[in-house]
Design a protein around this ligand. Structure first.
Ligand SMILES: C[S@@+](CC[C@H](N)C(=O)[O-])C[C@H]1O[C@@H](n2cnc3c(N)ncnc32)[C@H](O)[C@@H]1O
Length: 384
């Protein structure tokens, strides 16, 4: 069957020529028909490209190539090119990383995370499944896997090889992590914070550390290795804290000076503040507070509240490492929220470090929506 062709309104030409990979459904002429997962040849003034079509969802077309209809060889080239970028990570005692970061690696909607000998595939639109039969051999050509699975919610579908066990052990900067690929959040670990976790290690020496929204204790393990005197990990998920404890054991870290608190962070902070508890370093890495642009105001309010409460348990002159993974919140807006939270808590924040995602989460210059993680470290001073 001949490939569907579609002409788009000229106002999109600039963004498409710059390499923006998405076309929203509102921009597609009424009456255009194609099957989900069909390749479409798109034209827009001087722009021509090849995209996958979805019948549902706000993004109708994801753009893959300006040169040709993608095939197995084309996908293999993208997979190998993506792995080259990660090579620098691999010599340092790290075998858990994001191999493909969708739009940031030129493969919209497709993510592959590597955990030791296993690949975990995540797809963000039905059309992207079209790429899977080419993906598995392409991954294996670069780095053979014991198993490649697709994760949908907590369900795992085997794409090749064997299913991973319930818990897989991986290394991150020489630290051992127990990862629940199936039962865990995301693909198992929040790989995007790797470099920020290492930064926390450099700040932790001699400090009492509080890790809020700790998940499986990523920041906590680094804090212990960095010489923290005590580490308190707080997360509402008991399962995540069990895995945190297991990772402490794997690394030979005694759980003696370290507390694992299964509680809502907001409740924990109210109580800790009222009891006068203070910490030399507080890490705050909440889940995303907005799924779409119209939830932005609500998200900003939630960030202001959680940061204000967290700041109250930082000792005078102590450090505060605060993160946001909500893509709708820009780095400028996040800094604004931190300033507001400090002002309302009658404190001053001196920003000393800012960062984003780790190197295995690249962002295309033409697709700034791909940037989502903010990580800001500040010294906390009383008002003068
Ligand atoms: C972005 S993840 C944290 C990732 C972690 N910093 C790491 O490096 O692996 C957010 C965590 O917040 C937890 N969470 C969500 N809402 C919470 C709440 N109200 N109180 C406590 N934990 C919460 C989730 O269970 C999840 O583990």
């Amino acid at each position: 069957m001949a490939m569907a062709r579609l002409k788009l309104p000229g106002k999109l030409e600039h963004a498409l020529l710059a390499g923006h990979p998405w076309v929203y459904r509102d921009h597609v002429q009424r009456g255009f028909r194609a099957a989900t997962g069909a390749w479409v040849e798109v034209e827009c003034e001087r722009f021509k490209g090849f995209a996958l079509w979805d019948n549902e969802g706000p993004i109708a077309l994801r753009m893959y190539s300006r040169k040709r209809v993608p095939d197995e060889q084309w996908l293999g080239e993208r997979v190998a090119q993506a792995h080259e970028l990660r090579q620098a990570l691999l010599g340092e005692g790290t075998n858990a990383y994001r191999w493909l970061f969708g739009e940031g690696d030129g493969l919209p909607g497709l993510v592959v995370d590597r955990y030791g000998d296993y690949n975990v595939v995540l797809t963000y639109a039905p059309s992207v499944s079209r790429l899977l039969p080419w993906l598995v051999p392409a991954l294996d050509r670069v780095l053979p896997a014991r198993g490649t699975i697709q994760k949908r919610g907590s369900e795992l579908a085997l794409l090749s090889g064997e299913l991973p066990p319930d818990r897989v052990e991986v290394l991150e900067n020489g630290l051992r992590f127990q990862v629940a690929i199936g039962a865990g959040q995301k693909s198992g670990l929040f790989l995007d914070q790797r470099e920020n976790r290492a930064h926390v290690e450099s700040l932790s020496g001699g400090k009492r550390v509080l890790n809020l929204f700790s998940y499986t204790g990523g920041f906590s393990l680094y804090a212990v290795r960095g010489g923290a005197t005590t580490v308190t990990s707080v997360d509402v998920s008991r399962g995540a804290l069990d895995d945190a404890r297991a990772s402490f054991e794997l690394n030979g870290f005694s759980a003696e000076n370290h507390e694992f608190v299964a509680q809502d962070v907001f409740e924990y902070l109210e109580r800790a503040a009222s009891k006068g508890q203070r910490f030399g370093l507080v890490i705050c890495d909440p889940p995303s507070f907005a799924k779409s642009r119209d939830q932005l105001r609500k998200a900003l309010r939630a960030y202001e509240r959680v940061n204000r409460l967290a700041l109250k348990v930082v000792e005078p002159g102590g450090l505060f490492a605060s993160a946001s993974c909500t893509s709708q919140v820009s780095p400028e807006a996040f800094r604004g929220v931190l300033g507001e939270a400090a002002g309302r808590a009658k404190l001053r924040l001196q920003m000393i470090h800012e960062a984003g995602h780790a190197v295995d989460h690249p962002v295309m210059a033409s697709h700034i929506e791909g940037r989502y993680l903010k990580y800001v470290v500040s010294r906390v001073l009383p008002s003068a």
